[in-house]
Design a protein around this ligand. Structure first.
Ligand code: SAM
Length: 332
């Protein structure tokens, strides 16, 4: 069985990028009158404790969500304007530009993210004290928060312990059959739900990439899904690490979207250098995950502007060294 447990990583910078994008997507897609089917192929446990053993041991949330909320203690006004649309947006290069982005009111997608955290953490909401931020929502809880009565959420999680936690966490919501949870292989099961009844769907594919074959499975699964249901919104998170499969995945997704005549968007967030460092004792230190990306096939037209507003602020707040930056590409 896999050893990956998302609880170690909950609220890290990769979750911040993933969940900011997910919130922007869910907010837009649930505004329409037609029912939406949301399929989360790799759901995790659904909710995480930021003061629990796993998260405290890894400390990853300190480099992610805690940096965002520490810089946004007071309820911030929504940022109304996004930079003009461009094919590729350069990150703020100078410390001055980064500071300016850190001082601005939060971009709408980030404000929605902080508001969602407030709704799950009443003491944090009341005090604004980051130490009171104790509950972190995984993708299932984020998705569920945006559903209306006609929408459906289908969750898949293969790890028995996380499946049990997810089942218990979802049961507490008391939402009946609107949200279903199954201990099945998300890559395999996706095809059985496409096309969805009302022909509107968003799929989040967020594997742990613990096994090398996950990269190929993501590309194959997305290729098959687009063939079955061309107009769905398909969302893939991927790590940016020095291994060929990871490097190839966004390129493969871009090719398959382009060949299918579908639009796409690729957003990346880098928070630090990927180089090995040596500490004072002379021990070589690995940097941990330096960057990740979100690839979206058939993105709503609003997503680019949402991320153009949010990404510079994430660089300013989460960036750890001069390698921090973002990219935002789109096509089709
Ligand atoms: N999407 C979650 C979130 O954003 O909160 C995090 C998911 S985590 C990165 C990946 C999860 O996929 C892990 O909990 C792992 O146990 C599960 N998993 C691994 N292989 C799977 C598969 N083939 N099908 C379904 N779940 C799988």
């Amino acid at each position: 069985m896999f050893s990956y447990r998302h609880a170690f990583h909950a609220g890290n910078h990769a979750d911040v990028l993933k969940h900011t994008t997910l919130i922007a997507l869910m907010k837009y897609l649930t505004q329409k009158d037609t029912a939406l089917t949301v399929i989360d192929t790799h759901a995790g446990a659904g909710l995480y404790r930021l003061d629990g053993d796993y998260t405290e041991t890894s400390g990853e949330a300190q480099e992610g969500i805690f940096r965002l909320v520490s810089a946004s203690k007071t309820p911030a006004a929504l940022s109304a304007s996004a930079p003009a649309a461009t094919k590729k947006v350069a990150p703020p290069k100078t410390p001055g530009a980064a500071k300016a982005a850190a001082d601005e009111p939060l971009a709408p997608a980030l404000q929605d993210y902080v508001d969602l955290l407030r709704s799950l953490n009443p003491q944090f909401a009341a005090s604004g004290d980051p130490a009171q931020l104790k509950i972190y929502p995984g993708s299932p809880f984020i998705e569920q928060q945006f559903l209306s009565g006609r929408d459906k959420l289908k969750l898949f999680e293969l790890h028995p312990t996380d499946f049990k936690s997810l089942t218990g966490n979802i049961a507490q919501l008391g939402v009946g059959r609107q949200v279903t949870v199954a201990c099945e292989d998300g890559f395999e099961v996706l095809k059985t739900f496409l096309p969805p009844p009302a022909r509107r769907a968003m799929v989040l594919c967020d594997p742990s990439y613990e096994i090398k074959s996950d990269y190929a499975r993501v590309a194959a699964c997305m290729g098959d899904a687009v063939k079955r249901f061309a107009t769905g919104t398909y969302v893939v998170w991927y790590p940016i690490i020095p291994r060929p499969e990871a490097h190839d995945l966004p390129r493969k997704l871009k090719t398959l979207a382009t060949k299918a005549g579908r639009s796409w968007l690729n957003a990346t967030l880098t928070v630090k250098s990927s180089k090995l460092t040596t500490d004072e004792a002379g021990d070589v230190k690995r940097p941990g995950l330096p960057a990740s990306g979100m690839f979206v096939i058939n993105p709503p037209h609003t997503l680019k502007a949402d991320l153009q507003a949010a990404l510079p602020q994430l660089v300013a707040r989460l960036g750890q060294d001069r390698n921090a930056g973002f990219t935002l590409d789109h096509g089709g």
